[in-house]
Write a protein that binds this ligand. Sequence first.
Ligand code: PEP
Length: 253
Amino acid sequence: MVRKTLIAGNWKMNCHLEDGITLAKGVAQEAKKRARKDCEFLICPPFTLLMAAKKAIKGSRVMLGAQDCHFAASGAHTGDVSPQMLKDLGCQYVIVGHSERRTNHYESDELIAKKASAAIEAGLKVIICIGETEKERDENKTIEVCTTQIMGSVPENATAQNTVIAYEPVWAIGTGKTPTSQDVEDVHAAIRKVISKKLGRANANKMRILYGGSMKPSNAKELLNLPDVDGGLIGGASLKVEDFIAISEASKQ
Ligand code: PEP
């Protein structure tokens, strides 16, 4: 089963107008020159930079995504942004359920499923993040936690075409720590089984499962070449053009 590698950058709450434009332009230019033809690129800047980033990557192979959305199409939701608004701006993807939102904004699986479902309805593709904390890992609960999160936060209208799962162990995000390759492969294979149970075997075989958590050029080759790893969701290293592109060069296709 060939699943197209997706290299996705989560800029988080970083970059102002000028450096955001420079970064987006740099990714677009280097992706054209150097990166593998059959791998997909996505950048997810903060809301404030989406319009500028869209212009900066225009005509390139780089796609645009947001880092969150509300589940409603419009209404009295101060500070929120709807999937339709993201679509208007040219976004193709939206990340939902990042651990920083689950923790800092108390987002539940149920809420994440509602956001994902609404985003799919609006014509966006979703990246649904899951992953265990260090405590859960130490208690050997990784698969249990990921199973619960998939069952609860992947909506009924998810398919391999409109949904990507990102496995991001919380303890690996921004820490420089990563699980062993064997652990990553084991968890990804287990996630695929759970998706099969929830959405059927055909969707499970085709759905991309990204790894996220301190991915960088030096560990990308090992991680991206695992059989059930179909790309990366990259935080810190997506803020440097050279690192982001170097990670894509390490991918298996
Ligand atoms: C992330 O926040 O999605 C992430 C993977 O961050 P980092 O690459 O910095 O660990």
